[in-house]
Design a protein around this ligand. Structure first.
Ligand code: GLV
Length: 328
């Protein structure tokens, strides 16, 4: 019997080819927006597997709509805040994500935003495109030096560590805050010092966020946090939007409480806080962290590998809830 699978958006061609003939495929090919919720509930019914993106909320309602035959939810993302993992575990549904394969690409993009924010790259590009007259000037569009500055990593897992590794060439001091301290040999090899969150806020010239979205990290960066940062500081977020209170960030940027920000993710994604769109000291990207050909291919293939393993009652390589195995 062929297992049936709902894929909520076409993956890169290599990954779609890896699915060919391996299951009965129901692919959402609607408009560019995410699959509407009512359609998701309807098309999930009777499926053995769901291949979801971060845009789909996988909760008890969806699991019930799918039915008791559902074996696996394979998420095409490393973050899984869109999935109610305990609800899946309770029903014996396996959940997988795509760790490791996107670490380097996401760290690269964090650095792209760091440099763009510190050196006003996107603002300079917009300025030239506005066709205003200009001439080189000693005080024109000044940013800040990188060298001898302090880079603060908020949340230091795989991606935070990769961001820290890239700082070596810039001659920076590196500090991090994470509720779980890294082993001291890892701290030493990355040149990272653990600090309290308030110290991270007060001492960092650049803060790059690499924490998962959880109830503890929601609005971790709010008006209080911005008040503790340096007026020359830059905030970069390539993790999840709701970790930053967007209206409070817009106000901190507008009033000069902090120097600049670089965002790849948004609180109410895909919506972007209107006040940010009018500010020159914020660089905005449409969630491109893992968006390289190589990385999206690896993510797609890993998602398919996870999915097919779950459908075949084998243990998927990136299983998040092994406890679900004993409930099937
Ligand atoms: C992207 O944001 C991911 O979690 O993979």
């Amino acid at each position: 019997m062929t297992e049936s699978v709902l894929v909520t958006r076409a993956l890169v061609p290599e990954a779609m080819r890896a699915l060919d003939g391996r299951c009965e495929l129901d692919l959402y090919e609607g408009p560019p927006e995410a699959i509407p919720r009512d359609e998701l509930l309807r098309r999930a019914a009777g499926k053995d597997g769901l291949l979801t993106l971060l845009t789909e909320k996988v909760d008890a309602e969806l699991l019930d709509a799918a039915g008791p035959q559902l074996k696996i939810v394979a998420n095409h993302a490393v973050g899984f805040d869109n999935i109610d993992v305990p609800a899946c575990t309770q029903r014996g549904v396996l959940v997988t994500n795509t760790p490791d394969v996107l670490t380097e690409a996401t760290a690269d993009l964090a650095w792209a935003l760091i440099l763009a924010s510190v050196r006003r790259v996107a603002e300079g590009d917009r300025f030239l495109r506005s066709r205003q007259p200009w001439v080189w000037g000693p005080s024109m569009m000044l940013g800040h030096d990188m060298s001898r500055k302090t880079l603060g990593i908020a949340g230091c897992g795989r991606i935070g560590g990769a961001v820290a590794r890239r700082a070596t060439g810039f001659g920076m001091r590196l500090i991090y805050h994470d509720p779980i301290r890294l082993p001291s040999d890892v701290e030493q090899s990355l040149g990272l010092a653990w600090v309290e969150f308030d110290t991270l806020l007060a001492e960092s010239d650049i803060i790059s966020i690499h924490a998962p979205l959880t109830p503890d990290t929601r609005h971790l960066f709010d008006a209080d946090a911005f008040a503790k940062m340096k007026p020359t500081a830059v905030l970069v977020n390539t993790a999840r939007g709701p970790i930053v209170d967007e209206p409070a960030l817009a106000e901190a940027l507008r009033s000069g409480q902090i120097f600049a920000a670089g965002l790849d993710v948004y609180e109410r994604e895909p919506a972007v806080e209107e006040a940010l769109l009018d500010l020159d000291n914020v660089t905005l990207l449409p969630h491109l962290g893992s968006a390289t050909i190589e990385t999206r291919t690896a993510m797609g293939l890993l998602t398919v590998e996870n999915l097919l393993a779950g459908l075949a009652d084998r243990r998927p390589p990136s299983l998040l809830n092994p406890e679900a195995l004993s409930r099937r």
